[in-house]
Design a protein around this ligand. Sequence first.
Ligand code: MGD
Ligand code: MGD
Ligand code: SF4
Ligand code: MO
Length: 651
Amino acid sequence: MVEKRTVQGCCPLDCPDNCAWLAHVEDGKVVRVEGDKAHPFTRGVLCAKVNDYQARTYSPERLLHPLRRSGAKGEGEFERISWDAAIDTIAERFEAITTKHGAEAIMPVSYFGSMGAVQKFALMRLVHALGASDMHGNICSAPGLALMGAGHSIGFDPEEYGDAKLVLLWGVNVLSTGHHHWHFLNQARRRNGARIVCIDPRRTRTAAKCDEHIALRPGTDAALAAGMARVMLEEGLADLEYAARMAHDLDAYIEQVEPWTPERTAETTGIDADIVISLARQFAAARPAMIRCGVGAQQNGQGAAFVWGLSALCILAGHGRLPGGELSLINMPDIDLAVAARADLKHESVRSLDMTRLGPILNGQTEGPAVKALLVWNTNPAVVLPNSAQIRRGLEREDLFTVVVEHFMTDTARRADIVLPSTTQLEHYDLHGAWGHHYVALNKPAIEPLGEAKSHGEVMRLIARRMGLNHPALHESDEEIAASALPPELPMAELEAEGWRKHSPARRPIPAPDKRLALAGYPAAEAVPAPDGTLQMLTPKGHYFLNSSFANMARQRRGEGAPALEMNGEDAERRGLADGQRITIRNSQGALQAGLKVTQHIRAGTVSLNGKWWSIPKETAAVGNMLTPAAWSVTGQPAYNDTFVEIEGAE
Ligand SMILES: Nc1nc2c(c(=O)[nH]1)N[C@H]1C(S)=C(S)[C@@H](COP(=O)(O)OP(=O)(O)OC[C@H]3O[C@@H](n4cnc5c(=O)[nH]c(N)nc54)[C@H](O)[C@@H]3O)O[C@H]1N2
Ligand SMILES: Nc1nc2c(c(=O)[nH]1)N[C@H]1C(S)=C(S)[C@@H](COP(=O)(O)OP(=O)(O)OC[C@H]3O[C@@H](n4cnc5c(=O)[nH]c(N)nc54)[C@H](O)[C@@H]3O)O[C@H]1N2
Ligand code: SF4
Ligand SMILES: [Mo]
């Protein structure tokens, strides 16, 4: 008899949808994961990346034992060691570095490989207790978070999308990057006949399903928003009564958008003036309209102007008066998982380093003690941070001691001194809150850890014990760490029984007069001029990869195909290039090889290298960030899309 069980869990990845799943276990092995049919947002389906998540867990390439570097730095040669030896080495090196340089010479580097309270935040407890540098920075949507920090509403319940009478999908490729939203967006179409308009320089698989596609020049979205606002104001379509109650600087904002006539907006954005006018009229007339906004247009120098522009448009039109109106950029349940990091353990006046600037930091451009050790988890900085060559040079510094906690031997792990094997979502306990909807979900382990893999809670406990750190928070179980992030009105026992629960934040009231919002301050600018002969290169998400995760998995690689640069026929012809040929993509940062995909689905002047590839194997080593500049927008967001390249045929 086969012993069969199903275990409730959820997808751990950095995706707005945070799907609830059921892991089917037979004789102690997960045979499949299935989207939870009862979960109102997951609705029974996972996505093309994750619907065989068990293959990731059981991959023959999984790291299952601690490793120590045995070759030259960065060569990728390692020998297996015991956990005891690994923890001893880490403790000794951290102690020696602390004695010689101070604990602030140890830097945590983490992003959202897993978004769980335990896998994301447990190791921060250790970092704080050590007195190591703290970490901040966002490589995804720093402008959106800054907008939220300034008091603007940046999300609402996506189950209300169906109330909208017009939907703008602004720089977001929903059907690849969060496809569960589509059902609710489409409800607006089915129920209200709402039009769905996609604003994206590329005709994505999402754009193809919309009623209208506006292929503007990248980086000019703030100008389009300003142009639309001006039309609304000029034609008396704005809800000035509402806007005056929401904002304290309406006059300054009106002055700020004044120069953006339809003609100038058209000139800057590369779309027709008629389209600017018609979009503004549709947007103002819909009661209400909504905007679903992605990260693509946030990842350039105009990112802040872009998100402020969208919020201002929604406020000016008064869409927040009705359900289904407003901006949907990040929609979160009412929970703060970062509480699990126990900031109260932090040493007084410890510095905080910006993880987005790891390249400059490792190359000596930092105030205070130089960084001598890195503790890296949940991220692959050698692939995802701008100017990869600079990051790699930094990681290969002889005097740097690097610990990487990983599932796989990534480009980053290859440059480590110690690699620790982490459990996957099927092997550990964790708590999640989505960033695209209002549900909280619990992940129960379906199986015992494979090999010698350990959860980050366990890694924290082992290092803390070996280093004689005794604070009780460093010895809590994973279940206790997860529970520490729950608000009192959400008891763990109930979540344990239910698996997931909707936990919406309260609706934002109209602000009190002294709390009114600022709309002005980030004026739209002209597009960054492309240097002669160059094309602007975007590096958006692959359909089958989750950032650089899955770029090593056979099925997802087959789905994604080989790395290829999308280029408009006009640009290809001018360069004498043909579809399918091998090309070199080059700029002052470096050069990459890829295939060429000639397509009318991208506007002329813009090219796109989709998906984050690893350097290994060599044939597909199109690491886009080798070409992105070390440049940040005012909110600290890497300006990945302000990248200009020359293209020529390769041998
Ligand atoms: N399949 C898949 N799903 C994912 C991810 C993944 O890697 N793969 N990553 C997850 C993560 S971390 C995130 S943040 C989300 C991101 O989700 P999205 O925001 O949808 O992701 P992107 O592909 O980065 O950008 C969306 C679109 O922005 C367009 N774009 C680029 N520059 C501009 C511009 O200046 N203006 C406008 N209007 N559009 C522009 C791109 O062409 C792209 O189609 O997806 C999540 N889901
Ligand atoms: N050029 C360019 N650069 C970009 C972007 C872009 O569109 N273009 N997108 C940006 C965006 S939006 C984002 S969010 C970032 C994403 O940057 P990252 O968060 O670094 O994303 P990934 O590349 O998926 O790397 C996550 C790593 O965590 C590991 N991991 C997953 N789960 C666990 C776990 O439980 N434990 C441990 N120890 N490791 C785990 C995975 O194996 C993977 O190697 O990249 C940014 N960089
Ligand atoms: S990556 Fe997103 S859509 Fe796919 S299973 Fe995970 S949460 Fe769901
Ligand atoms: Mo992201």
